[in-house]
Write a protein that binds this ligand. Structure first.
Ligand code: SN0
Length: 311
């Protein structure tokens, strides 16, 4: 693997999932593969799981890890040809090349601004690092995608599914803040790739990018969509059409034990208790959020392993 910026960078998904499960059983099997190799992780935004699980994954492979909260460094310029006499101190052209001299792999987290749809869609932060870095780049959640989360979720569903083609429902939830579509986008693409029986449910106006949802069924009636679900993935996202807006705070969309039925509850975390999902779900045996969070390590580890093998 030459980079991991989108789930399409995985050439054989079912094989990758199988290998990740093997790594989970024997995490130190490749502890020398990353010897004297360095992962530099760049954070433009907050992180808990991504930061710690990716660091753990790298260390399981014997790598050194350095993290930088980019907001503590120089303000970066991304535009070409700008006269840099305002707030930006360093161009990404220099920054990415400098970091590449210290790193064998660069991982980047950069959320969307949720104001300018075109700008977010351009993925200018991630793409600038891909363009100017001279080492492979890993996406730790960009403006439109969270491929490491989606891989961890695919591993989780593979491990817990009781039938070959489970019914998976992606259910929108209320949230006080405008959140990115990234997690939902990558989850949808991953479920399509795995040919799962996927249904999306959300209030009208919360349609995701149709280039991502393609022919996946969308049902505005949550109760109907949830019927006979095996896995229910709950996530808030802000409107894509009415870009970045919070249109609906309808608390009725919160996931409850009653609505969940016999399904397993999934969420990428962090989750707002009793807004997105009620305590009774998170505190029940049906919640697999800890399982998902644990699989973040092995998703990152299989990706780093495949990149290290290609260096
Ligand atoms: C991020 C998101 O993309 O939805 C990261 C998820 C992995 N979530 C948030 O920003 C939640 C923030 C909050 O205040 O609840």
């Amino acid at each position: 693997m030459k980079k991991y910026t989108q789930i399409q960078d995985i050439s054989n998904l079912s094989e990758t999932i199988k290998e990740a499960i093997l790594l989970k059983m024997n995490p130190f099997e490749y502890e020398n593969l990353g010897k004297r190799k360095t992962l530099v992780m760049l954070f433009f935004n907050s992180s808990l799981r991504t930061r710690l699980s990716t660091e753990k994954a790298a260390k399981n492979l014997g790598m050194e890890v350095m993290s930088l909260n980019v907001n503590d460094a120089w303000n970066l310029e991304f535009e070409d040809g700008t006269i840099m006499n305002a707030n930006t101190s360093e161009h990404v052209k220099e920054a990415a090349k400098v970091i590449s001299q210290y790193a064998d792999i660069i991982a980047v987290r950069a959320f969307p601004g949720l104001v300018d749809k075109e700008k977010d869609a351009s993925e200018y932060i991630l793409k600038s690092f891909e363009k100017y870095a001279t080492v492979p780049v890993v996406n730790m959640e960009s403006a439109t995608a969270h491929p490491l989360q989606a891989l961890a979720d695919a591993i989780t569903i593979s491990e817990l599914a009781e039938k070959p083609k489970p019914k998976v429902v992606l259910s929108w939830a209320p949230h006080p803040k405008a959140l990115p579509q990234a997690v939902a986008n990558s989850f949808v693409e991953m479920m399509q790739e795995l040919d799962m029986d996927l249904t999306i449910t959300h209030p009208e106006g919360y349609e995701l990018n149709p280039e991502i949802t393609k022919n996946t069924p969308i049902n505005y009636n949550q109760e109907e969509a949830l019927k006979d679900a095996d896995f229910v993935y709950v996530k808030n996202w802000s409107s894509y059409n009415d870009y970045g807006q919070v249109l609906n705070k309808d608390r009725n969309w919160m996931m409850t034990k009653e609505k969940l039925g016999h399904a397993k509850f999934m969420h990428c975390l962090p989750v707002r208790r009793n807004v997105v999902v009620e305590d009774a779900v998170l505190d029940s045996e049906q919640s697999v959020v800890m399982h998902e969070a644990n699989n973040r390590t092995y998703a990152a580890q299989i990706v780093l392993k495949e990149i290290l093998e290609s260096l």
